[in-house]
Structure formats: structure tokens, C-alpha cells
Design a protein around this ligand. Structure first.
Ligand code: AOF
Ligand code: ZN
Length: 365
């Protein structure tokens, strides 16, 4: 690759500051829904003079915080933003205007905003005002940061991730790796990223349990339990938290809760049809951008959800934890027994990482 030295240096610098924007944006992980996570850096004469990120929906956008931070130094500076600056009046005024008024000279944008209210209008407004604009720097990174927001904007449906743990010999487990739920563990971090967690029906237990994210200032997801064909009362075990509404139970008939769970913010919703689709519809109406389907327990539960999810294309991502355990089961209906394959779906963008003593596999449908 032959490239002009100056150009290469400029684009490396652009990439560096956009990566910083993404790092800043992530400080609000879980708190911005239904808005995206956005970070902004203002650079003048090779020095950072302002930084900001969007803390939550309804509050000012990243650009506003970074411009406030830079003050008069924003004049003739370069503004880096991980997402195209908006040019509409939403809950907050347009950022493109704020950048123009601050007299920045150049704007570097990570990705175009998929929101039809914004899409390219912000970039065009900046150009009209005579500002130099570069678009698509570290674009993949910026898209991954807001994969749920992008999916929701383009499809209208929440972004759905399926998670489960398996043994090294491929058996579904109801346990997670040792450090997964601790502070910094992958499960603790995953929980704070999602608006809701769906716990599929389990036929064996009357007790539902859920965990809360251990990350500092984590926004806890709403936990959704599916109760199918229940006769005896259901009990929810939870860790103490300050959040008021923490769980919803979806049932196909009136169910008894034990003890009185409504006292601790647990609601029941009766649906005739207890499908993944119906529950996602509820999530969409709540304004949720993403939902984690947390599969534990028996292989039958897994199949029910996965078959529906595949048939209706309801799932976008999968996270599989492989524990360093070899499991032996007795009985003939062991899941490892040969079954005939009726459908195969190839995942895209597979990646792997380690978490404690486990290996995590991530891919997209
Ligand atoms: C930006 N910077 O930091 C964010 C943007 O209701 P509002 O005013 O908050 O507008 C929400 C929309 O603005 C959101 O759907 C997305 O298109 C964009 N978010 N834009 O320039 C930001 N959070
Ligand atoms: Zn904005």
C-alpha cells in the first residue's frame, strides 16, 4: 500500500480520536436507551480541549458536553463524534447547529445516524455551513457500539441476543463459569447492557431466580419470566436492589405468587399465546432497544425458544459460554443422543475470548 505520508498520519489520528469517542460513549453503557451511546472529543493544535458523552435519553448530547468543556477553544478546532451530529429538535436541540455556532473548523464522524430523522441531514447541514466533514472513521467499531440502536431503528424490533452455557462436550448447563457473575465478569457486564432479560419457561422449578449486575452504577435490566402451565405458586428469589420494578411474569393464566411479590415490584401479565414474538412485542412497546434471552435449564426449553426465534428471524446475536467441564449423563434422552437435523443456520462474524476459566463465543445470525 502506497499512501501519502501526511494523509496516513491524518487518518491514524482521526481513528485514534474516534476510538476515544467510543471509550467515552461506553461510560453510559445501559443508561442511554432508547438513545444510542455517543462520545465526542474536541481537538485543537494536537491537544484535546474538550470531551463529552451522552449520559441518558433526555439529557444533552455528547457534542454539547464536549463543547461546554472546550469553551472558546472550540473555535477552529476539530470535533470528533462517534455518531453523526443530529440536526433535529428531539428532546434536545440540534448538535449540528451547536457545532456551527461554536465555529469548529472540521468534524470527523464515525458513522451516519440510522435514525431517519437525522440520517445524513446533520452532515449536510455542517457542509452547508462550510465545515469540512470526514465520515466513516472506525465505522465498524462505532456500529458495534450501537448495534442494538441501529437494529431497532432499521427494523422496529428490539435487538435480541441469546445466551447460554455449555460443557466442553457440548451439553447445555444451568450453571455459569465461576467469575461470570462477579464484578467485571462477562455476565455481570452483559446484564448492564440489556434493557430486559427473558428467562424462558422451565418446567421443573417453581422458583425463579435472577442476578443483578455487579458493575458500579449499573442500570439493571427488567427481568421477564415465562410461566407456562403452572399449578403451584411461584416464588421469585432476587438479590436486594434499589430499583423498584425489577421483574415481570408472563403467564397463560392467573398465577399465584408467593409471598406477595407485588410488594417488591413484581407484576404479572397474562397473555393467551406465550411466544417469544409476543414477549418481544411487549418489550418493543416499552421502548426497549435490546433484550437478552438467558437460557438455562433443560434442553427442551432451549429448543422451544430457538426454533421459534429461527423461524421468525427474531434473534440477532448469540453468546455461548464454554465451561471447562466434561459432563456425563445417564438415561436415553440425553441431549447428545443423535437427533435428525432439520435446519442449519450459519452464523456470521464469529469471535472468541476468554472469561475466567471459560471461553466465550460470539456470533451473529
Ligand atoms: C447526537 N449526539 O449524543 C446522541 C444523538 O430526543 P433526542 O434529542 O435526544 O434525540 C435522539 C436522537 O438523536 C437519537 O434517536 C439519535 O438519532 C440521536 N442521538 N445524536 O448527535 C448524541 N445521543
Ligand atoms: Zn445531537
Amino acid at each position: 500500500r502506497v499512501r501519502c505520508g501526511g494523509l496516513e498520519k491524518a487518518s491514524e489520528e482521526d481513528a485514534y480520536y474516534i476510538r476515544r469517542c467510543v471509550e467515552l460513549a461506553r461510560q453510559a453503557v445501559g443508561h442511554t436507551s432508547p438513545n444510542p451511546m455517543v462520545g465526542c472529543v474536541i481537538v485543537k493544535d494536537g491537544k484535546v480541549v474538550g470531551e463529552g458523552f451522552h449520559p441518558r435519553a433526555g439529557q444533552p448530547h455528547a457534542e454539547v458536553f464536549a463543547l461546554r468543556n472546550a469553551g472558546e477553544q472550540a473555535e477552529n478546532a476539530t470535533a470528533y463524534v462517534s455518531l453523526e451530529p443530529c440536526n433535529h429538535y428531539g428532546r434536545t436541540p440540534p448538535c449540528a447547529e451547536a457545532l456551527i455556532n461554536a465555529k469548529v473548523r472540521k468534524v470527523v464522524v464515525g458513522m451516519v445516524d440510522p435514525n431517519p430523522l437525522v440520517s445524513s441531514k446533520g452532515i449536510n447541514r455542517l457542509k452547508e455551513a462550510g465545515i469540512e466533514v470526514t465520515v466513516g472513521v472506525e465505522e465498524d467499531l462505532c456500529k458495534k457500539l450501537n448495534e442494538a440502536f441501529i437494529h431497532k431503528m432499521l427494523s422496529g424490533n428490539p435487538f435480541v441476543t441469546i445466551r447460554y452455557s455449555i460443557s466442553i462436550n457440548g451439553m447445555l448447563l444451568d450453571q455459569l463459569g465461576d467469575e461470570a457473575m462477579d464484578y467485571g465478569g462477562y455476565y455481570s457486564k452483559l446484564l448492564q447492557e440489556y434493557d430486559a432479560v427473558i428467562h424462558p419457561p422451565t418446567k421443573t422449578t417453581q422458583e425463579f431466580a435472577f442476578f443483578v449486575s455487579q458493575e458500579p452504577n449499573a442500570r439493571q435490566p427488567l427481568h421477564i419470566f415465562i410461566a407456562k402451565d403452572r399449578k403451584s405458586p411461584i416464588r421469585i428469589l432476587k438479590q436486594p436492589t434499589e430499583a423498584d420494578q425489577m421483574a415481570v411474569i408472563f403467564s397463560d393464566k392467573e398465577i399465584a405468587l408467593e409471598p406477595d411479590m407485588s410488594q417488591i415490584g413484581i407484576e404479572t401479565v397474562i397473555l393467551n399465546q406465550l411466544s417469544l414474538h409476543a414477549i418481544l412485542e411487549y418489550c418493543g412497546k416499552q421502548g426497549f432497544c435490546n433484550v437478552l434471552v438467558d437460557l438455562r435449564g433443560s434442553i427442551n426449553d432451549l429448543e422451544e425458544i430457538l426454533v421459534e426465534g429461527l423461524e421468525k428471524s427474531l434473534m440477532q446475536k448469540i453468546v455461548v459460554e464454554v465451561l471447562p467441564l466434561w459432563t456425563v449423563v445417564k438415561g436415553t434422552d440425553s441431549p447428545s443422543a443423535m437427533k435428525s437435523i432439520t435446519q442449519v443456520k450459519r452464523l456470521k462474524n464469529l469471535s472468541s475470548m476468554t472469561s475466567g476459566n471459560s471461553v466465550l463465543l460470539e456470533g451473529y445470525f
